[in-house]
Design a protein. Structure first.
Length: 152
């Protein structure tokens, strides 16, 4: 029991660069995130992402990192992470939705936002996801916004 406590204590005190296990790095990233230390959590998640071999963990770490970047206002970095996520998990509806939001609200590229939303909607229909209704609404809104912009 004492050796386990010692190991846990030594893991908690690891700096991101000292982690050599993706599972430890992810756990420390979550601890930092739950403590409100967003930048520090990103460092741990970067370490986890670089050393991770497990696909599900990679997906989880990419998704979490992207959401943190978005929260911090690092939108370009978040969009790069969403794209990496979609390369790894081409059926990830959250990745498509967040990328569509980025194109619409940050880049003001309605065509790209519609394209990504259509892709997500096709996946949602195929998987009978409850997200389909939200994506249909998003697509209608984007199309309406596009028509209004053309009239200007």
């Amino acid at each position: 029991m004492a050796s386990l406590l010692y190991r846990l204590h030594s893991i908690i005190e690891l700096e991101p660069g000292e982690c050599n296990c993706p599972w430890e790095a992810e756990a420390l990233g979550l601890l930092a995130l739950n403590g409100g230390h967003y930048n520090q959590s990103l460092f741990y998640f970067d370490v986890a992402r670089e050393s991770c071999q497990d696909r599900e963990q990679q997906i989880r770490v990419l998704r979490t990192s992207a959401l943190i970047c978005k929260r911090l206002g690092h939108y370009e970095e978040a969009s790069a992470l969403w794209k990496q996520l979609l390369e790894l998990a081409s059926d990830d509806l959250l990745g498509y939705e967040e990328l569509a939001k980025y194109y619409e609200h940050r880049l003001k590229d309605l065509a790209a936002a519609k394209q990504v939303t259509r892709r997500a909607l096709a996946l949602a229909w195929r998987s009978k996801s409850q997200k389909a209704a939200e994506l249909e609404h998003r697509l209608r809104r984007l199309e309406k916004k596009g028509r209004a912009k053309q009239k200007e």
